[in-house]
Design a protein around this ligand. Structure first.
Ligand code: SF4
Length: 355
């Protein structure tokens, strides 16, 4: 029955009549991948164009963050712990993978709590965790700091690099470089932020949007809901992922984030500094902040020559418009961050469009 319903709605999507070109943007790396992976992108109606937005946390992390992380590791003899998807990201002069191959102390972890455990087991070494991610990962980073205090572990730090997604969408809209007719909003980040965090899209910009899940049926329903709003000129904000996303979001998670972090302006690859879009540890937790604990000179940032990752993150071009795509730049030898992460637009295009 369920399958029949998916097929029926899939057909509805495929046959949806659009009398002009419609641009919709998704702002979640998992959506970037899932639209390809589930085949939903293949049943898009004529005239529907999906633009990938700045929804991949690894991709939007500006080079100076990784440059600083490497300098801290090298200059201060620190064990650097990170999620695996940061490993191959090119920094200005190197990458964590190259540093590890050259003897650098780089450890892959699945959670900041794993990094804390490494600190506990190595009391004579400093352990730094690269805190890169959007709203969903931040509460665990706050818990890691809380546990470090509880257990009196004082050789653990995080390098704050977390980002908040609604300000990035607000920044793109205020720049006005791309005409966006509607947004598919991230299911995961919205679990924390709540639907209401996106109300500015409706109230200020009068653009429709739908919070959507990640399975094929959710992508099909969410896209259909959005197209209905667009063709009927309704600038509503709808939630098609009500099983897990509420209007207010996860209040407990927000509470712990606010307890440990301050909202700050931060730099996004390709977009620049966005007001109130990042997090820094509060002053009372400065001893857990690697930037403060390990001041280092960071060499000038160098962007990879020819890489259009920044423009891709702003929705200005697709990966296929980058002359390096699939030639000099592949997942095996990535030139830019958008080809590294499994959630990156270039990686998704390479995996699903090129094969
Ligand atoms: S294909 Fe590679 S070089 Fe081109 S924009 Fe993507 S990451 Fe950058």
């Amino acid at each position: 029955m369920e399958t029949e319903k998916i097929v029926e709605y899939g057909r509805k999507l495929k046959e949806f009549k659009l009398d002009r070109k419609i641009n919709i943007m998704e702002v979640c790396g998992t959506h970037t991948m899932q639209y390809f992976h589930t085949g939903v992108k293949d049943i898009f109606p004529e005239n529907l164009n999906l633009i990938d937005g700045p929804g991949c946390p690894v991709c939007v992390t500006a080079n100076d963050y990784l440059d600083r992380a490497i300098e801290i590791m090298k200059q201060k003899n620190v064990i650097l712990t990170t999620f695996g998807d940061m490993l191959k990201v090119p920094s200005s002069y190197s990458s964590l993978q190259k540093e590890k191959a050259n003897g650098g102390d780089v450890e892959i972890v699945y959670s900041p709590l794993d990094a804390l455990k490494i600190a506990e087991e190595n009391p004579n070494r400093e352990v730094m965790f690269l805190s890169v991610g959007f709203e969903t990962t931040i509460p665990t980073e706050a818990i890691a700091v809380r546990n470090a205090i509880k257990k009196n572990i004082n050789n653990f730090t995080i390098l704050p690099g977390n980002k908040l997604t609604p300000p990035a969408v607000a920044a793109l809209l205020s720049m006005g470089e791309v005409k966006i007719d509607g947004f598919i909003l991230p299911g995961h980040a919205s679990i924390i932020t709540g639907v209401n965090a996106w109300s500015f899209i409706r109230d200020k910009y009068k653009i429709p949007s739908v919070v959507t899940g990640f399975e094929s049926k959710e992508l099909i329903f969410g896209t259909l809901m959005l197209l209905d709003l667009i063709v009927n000129n309704k600038s509503d904000l709808l939630n098609s992922y009500k099983e897990v996303v509420s209007d207010e979001g996860n209040l407990k998670a927000k509470e712990i984030i606010n307890e440990y972090f301050d909202v700050i302006d931060t730099d996004w690859r390709g977009i620049g500094v966005i007001p109130d879009s990042g997090l820094a540890l509060k002053e009372e937790y400065a001893e857990f902040d690697a930037v403060k604990k390990f001041p280092v000179e960071v060499p000038p940032v160098v962007e990879p020559k020819g890489c259009r990752c920044g423009e891709i993150l702003r929705g200005l071009v697709t990966p296929l418009e980058c002359p390096l795509f699939g030639k000099k730049c592949t997942p095996r030898n990535p030139v830019g961050a958008c080809m590294v992460s499994s959630e990156g637009s270039c990686a998704a295009f390479y995996r699903y469009k090129k094969d």
